[in-house]
Design a protein around this ligand. Structure first.
Ligand SMILES: Nc1ncnc2c1ncn2[C@@H]1O[C@H](COP(=O)(O)OP(=O)(O)OP(=O)(O)O)[C@@H](O)[C@H]1O
Ligand SMILES: [Mg+2]
Length: 375
């Protein structure tokens, strides 16, 4: 097989001969690497729509280290450089995250350690704190207990929280709460959406679930947040319609059973259709919290919170608006009422948002609001 030069090597390109000579001369000058720590990165690219590889599984670390040494012996490496696999998964990349001495050559005596890349803090969006979430006090309290557990798991013993279910209407702040928890926790948090877990091939989904729980256990104490749980924890009666999810349900059940108090992993599932979730899965969640729609007072606070962030001022009484928006979620208020009124104001060149603008958007949201769940 053609030998690939690993990237980051600073080689002269005048001629093949001089390159070889320079490489030989240089390798005589650089010290031997005692220890190299690498991360798995993945492939440089994939076809759009192809599933993302969900991380490496090393069954025998010693064997992996021998294999890695064998193929990379002679490579001069430094921190940050990429090394590519040539045999088992050609072009799969690893990145050097630690090396001793800083620039050195891999030999057959180099210790090579793979630190599996955990998908820690893959929480997206701006930083959110509990104070940015209006209402939901009992849930915030539960989250504070989770934070306490994560900072000192031993104190809880067999009374550790294990699995918590967030459910409620769309746009009521379930994902927002998980983001706040992630930002406030010093522990690792892995988040995933059901759509990322359902694979394209038979067996993919189950494998992804197991890999995810294994990653969470590795970085324990940790939180594993599974958003849109209904799509993967689908009740058995619906599995005939969505055959692809039955293996995922089975894998999820098995993994939930393994997350006992000793594992240090807390699973948080979120859904807006708890009735669609397999009862066996639901029963594994030891507490379940409903996210209600905001009441008038909370709607007023939500409107005020986001009105402060608008680029042009909102000149109307939020107390009055709150009373007009019964049944609206936090998302309705922010993304539909305020955002649309802002866009309309910008479109007409106005320098402020008036009560009239808002009343129009409230009306259009009200007429667009259709049944949230149909199957
Ligand atoms: N209680 C709240 N306080 C402040 N903002 C809120 C609140 N509820 C919702 N929001 C706003 O609405 C947006 C959408 O909320 P979020 O994504 O958390 O809803 P969700 O409950 O996860 O909905 P879904 O079930 O559709 O996934 C948030 O990003 C936030 O801007
Ligand atoms: Mg959500």
């Amino acid at each position: 097989m053609k030998k690939r030069k690993d990237s980051g090597l600073d080689l002269p390109t005048t001629s093949r001969e001089s390159t070889k000579k320079a490489e030989k001369k240089r390798s005589l000058e650089v010290p031997e690497a005692k220890r190299v720590v690498i991360h798995d990165i993945g492939y440089p690219f994939r076809l759009r729509g192809d599933p993302k590889p969900s991380g490496l599984e090393i069954d025998n670390e010693q064997l992996f280290a021998d294999y890695a040494r064998e193929q990379w012996a002679g490579s001069i490496v430094k921190k940050g450089m990429y090394l590519f696999d040539r045999y088992v998964m050609p072009d799969f990349a690893f990145q050097v995250i630690e090396i001793d001495p800083p620039e050195s050559i891999i030999t057959r005596d180099t210790e090579i350690i793979l630190q599996s890349q955990s998908r820690e803090s893959n929480i997206q969006g701006p930083k959110v704190e509990f104070d940015d979430i209006i209402g939901h006090e009992p849930i915030k309290q539960k989250c504070r207990v989770i934070l306490k557990y994560l900072s000192n798991p031993m104190a809880f013993g067999e009374w550790a929280p294990r699995a918590v279910l967030f459910h409620g209407s769309p746009g009521t702040g379930k994902t927002l709460m998980a983001r706040a928890l992630a930002h406030e926790a010093n522990a690792g948090i892995l988040t995933t959406k059901a759509s990322d877990l359902i694979g394209t091939h038979v067996g993919d989904g189950g494998r992804r679930i197991s890999a995810l729980f294994e990653d969470a256990r590795k970085i324990a104490p940790s939180i594993l947040f599974i958003d849109e749980l209904d799509a993967i924890g689908l009740a058995r009666s619906f599995q005939s319609i969505r055959g692809d999810v039955s293996e995922v349900v089975t894998a999820l059940l098995a993994e939930l059973d393994r997350t006992d108090e000793g594992s240090g992993v807390i699973v948080i599932g979120a859904t807006n259709a708890p009735h669609l979730i397999d009862t066996a899965i639901r029963s594994r969640f030891d507490s379940s919290f409903e996210f209600p729609l905001p009441n008038a007072e909370e709607r007023e606070c939500i409107l005020e919170l986001y009105a402060r962030k608008l680029p042009i001022p909102l000149v109307c009484d939020t107390h009055y608006l709150a009373r007009l928006t019964d049944g609206f979620s936090g998302r309705d208020l922010r993304d539909r009422v305020l955002k649309e009124a802002l866009h309309n104001a910008i479109a007409t060149g106005a320098s402020k948002i008036t009560l009239d603008d808002i009343l129009k958007t409230i009306e259009s949201v009200r007429t667009r609001k259709s049944p949230e769940y149909t199957i």
